[in-house]
Every structure is written in structure tokens, then in C-alpha cells.
Design a protein around this ligand. Structure first.
Ligand SMILES: NC(=O)c1ccc[n+]([C@@H]2O[C@H](COP(=O)([O-])OP(=O)(O)OC[C@H]3O[C@@H](n4cnc5c(N)ncnc54)[C@H](O)[C@@H]3O)[C@@H](O)[C@H]2O)c1
Length: 332
């Protein structure tokens, strides 16, 4: 591997800018990730490609095909809207690029499985954008759950509607469970293991004043895990002016755990409480891990590999299917 990892970006919108912040210079003027450089950036929207190009001295492109044909890249970030995964990952893999793909990694499970197989075949380093796994207290939380007798859990992603054009339609975003609450489904899988059954109800009609909006305002997704744990994951995008909730409440024989997404963890046992707040820059650590894994050729440094993203996608697409079939139980 080259001393400096050469990176290209496909998509320079909201989440790309989050990653860009981790490749900027620190307050002393040194690169935050010294052994990596963003050398090429691509967006269909010219101003976005140009802005990113100026920020890093990278070459701008309007077509990812041109970028992948022209540049010799070690790694590619895919940061496009959920409906835009049109073969870009497969082309990057074919060119031998290690891959970071933002969640949801696609809207088609078949496509995601093709990418997963191609990554495995070429033994490329891969990561997906589930940054919550890098929050510093997660191992403590996971270990407490593993040593507890869990009865059930309730989980939530309830808030307002993101402003990007593609969010409000199922065919472009996948809907809230697929696009947003997938972070919570991921953490549930991280804590409780594999999902074996999914059953869901969704409702529409709470929001009536948003044009071109066709997805659920609210949904409740029941999950059954291989180890017998059951729980419900709620999604809602109808809340305005605060009052939402994102996280997981776990009820066990020896106490209750409350995870506030990316913020804190509270455990109440009969004779003690444990409180932890996020103490690290988990997004920075996610990108640091990707580069370290490439340099050391060590996939085990990645807490959120592409294969986990495929499993998350399978669960949320099953939730959509169940909603569309009036609450039918879907076995995975
Ligand atoms: N991990 C997280 O917390 C997190 C947060 C926000 C968004 N996301 C995910 O990141 C993805 C992008 O979201 P966003 O908010 O950045 O969206 P966005 O609309 O702000 O940006 C997407 C960009 O991709 C570009 N694009 C689309 N197709 C392209 C193509 N073929 N070639 C080049 N550029 C192309 C668009 O022009 C746009 O600028 C989504 O899947 C979203 O779910 C993840």
C-alpha cells in the first residue's frame, strides 16, 4: 500500500461534508489523518464538486465513471442518495478500490449482495456508515446486555423530516425505517444478535402539508431475534419543534438500560446506577479506522463492515414489505 492513501469521493452533499471534516487540517494546521489525501471528488452538481475540489486541492469530476477511469485511487467513499447506487461500487471494486459506503448501502438487497460478494472476492477493505458503533461507551453497553437476561426492548427514531429532496418518497429514500431508523436497527443487531422475524405496521396521513410526500409518517416494527429477544422499533417524522426521541430502552431481569442515541447510556440496577456520556469523536474514529484498516490490510479494525450493512438492509426492507402487506410476518 502507498504511504499515503489516495481517496476519491462519489457524492459531495451533506454526509460527504461530514467525512470531509475528518480529512481537514487540525487547529495546528496538520492534516487530521496524515496518511490519507482526498485527490478526486465527484458530484453531478458542479458547484458541489468544485467546492470539495477547492477544499482539498482535489480534481473535480461530474461523472464517477470518468473519475474511476482516470484516477488511480486506493479508496472510494460512496455518499449518494439511497436510490443512486447504480453500479458505482462494482466499478470501484473492479478498479481495486477499498470502499466506504454510506447507509443505507442500496435500496435493492440483490445489488447489495452483489457488492458484498465482489468485495469478499477481491479481499478489499470495506466499511459502511454506521458511526454509532464507534461511540466509546458501546462496548460497556454491549457487555452489560450480554450479561443480562433481556425480556424485551423498545426503540425509537422519532423527530422531524430531513430537508433533502429525496427523503420524502419511498422510491428515492426507502422511507424512514430504511433511511434513518436503520441506525437504531443496526444498534439492536449489535446488541441482540440476528433478527429472524419481522412484522410491521405503518400509517400515513399525519403530515398533510408537504408536497410530493408519499411515505409513512409513523411505523412500529416488531422484531424477533434468534436468541428469543423481542422488541419494537418506532419511527416517526411528524414531530415539529422538539419532543422527539432516538434511542433504545432495554428491560432485563437485573435492571433497565436507556441508550440515548450517540449521547448517553443510563443503567438502573436495584442497588446502583451507571451513567456514561459520549466522550469521543466517534465520526473521526470511523474514518481513522477505515484508513488504518487499509494501511495495515486489517479488516478487523472496522466495526461496521459492508456485510453488516447488508444484514441491516435485509431487516428494514422486510419491515417495508410487512407494512405493505398489512402486517404480514416476514421470516428472514
Ligand atoms: N451516517 C449518517 O449519519 C448519515 C447522515 C446523513 C446521510 N447519510 C446517508 O448518506 C447518503 C447521502 O445523503 P446526503 O444527506 O449526503 O444527501 P445529499 O443529497 O446531500 O448528497 C448526495 C449527493 O450525491 C450526489 N450524487 C448522486 N448520484 C450521483 C452520481 N451518480 N454521481 C455523482 N454524484 C452523485 C448528488 O448530486 C448529491 O450532491 C444517503 O444514503 C443518506 O442516508 C448518512
Amino acid at each position: 500500500m502507498a504511504k499515503q492513501v489516495k481517496i476519491g469521493f462519489i457524492g459531495c452533499g451533506g454526509i460527504a461534508n461530514y467525512h470531509f471534516g475528518h480529512y481537514d487540517k487540525d487547529k495546528n494546521g496538520n492534516p487530521k489523518i496524515p496518511n490519507a489525501k482526498i485527490v478526486a471528488v465527484c458530484d453531478k452538481i458542479e458547484e458541489r464538486a468544485n467546492a470539495a475540489s477547492q477544499r482539498f486541492g482535489a480534481k473535480p469530476y461530474l461523472s464517477y465513471k470518468d473519475m474511476l477511469e482516470t484516477e488511480k485511487l486506493d479508496a472510494v467513499y460512496v455518499c449518494v442518495e439511497p436510490c443512486a447506487h447504480d453500479g458505482m461500487e462494482l466499478m470501484a471494486i473492479q478498479k481495486g478500490c477499498n470502499l466506504f459506503v454510506e447507509k443505507p448501502v442500496a435500496l435493492s438487497l440483490d445489488y447489495a449482495k452483489k457488492v458484498e460478494a465482489a468485495l469478499a472476492k477481491k479481499k478489499l477493505i470495506n466499511a459502511a456508515g454506521f458511526q454509532d458503533r464507534y461511540v466509546d461507551f458501546i462496548p460497556t453497553m454491549k457487555s452489560w446486555v450480554a450479561h443480562s437476561k433481556v425480556g424485551f426492548f423498545n426503540a425509537y427514531w422519532v423527530g422531524g423530516m430531513p430537508g433533502v429532496w429525496w427523503w420524502r418518497r419511498r422510491d428515492t429514500s426507502g422511507g424512514q425505517a430504511v433511511e434513518q431508523t436503520i441506525h437504531i436497527f443496526d444498534m439492536c443487531r449489535h446488541l441482540f444478535g440476528e433478527v429472524v422475524e419481522v412484522q410491521a405496521f405503518g400509517r400515513r396521513g399525519v403530515i398533510t402539508d408537504v408536497e410530493n410526500y408519499d411515505t409513512e409518517d409513523a411505523s412500529a416494527v416488531n422484531l424477533k431475534f434468534a436468541n428469543g429477544i423481542i422488541g419494537t422499533v418506532f419511527s416517526g417524522c411528524f414531530v415539529r419543534g422538539g419532543g422527539g426521541k432516538c434511542g433504545i430502552d432495554v428491560f432485563t431481569m437485573n435492571g433497565r438500560l436507556e441508550y440515548v442515541e450517540r449521547v448517553s447510556m443510563h443503567i438502573a440496577e436495584p442497588n446502583r446506577t451507571i451513567d456514561m456520556k459520549t466522550g469521543n469523536d466517534y465520526g473521526q474514529e470511523e474514518d481513522d479506522a477505515f484508513i488504518d484498516a487499509i494501511i495495515h490490510k486489517d479488516q478487523s479494525l472496522i466495526l461496521s463492515p459492508y456485510s453488516e450493512a447488508v444484514k441491516n438492509l435485509q431487516v428494514v426492507l422486510a419491515a417495508n414489505e410487512s407494512m405493505d402487506k398489512g402486517g404480514k410476518v416476514i421470516k428472514l
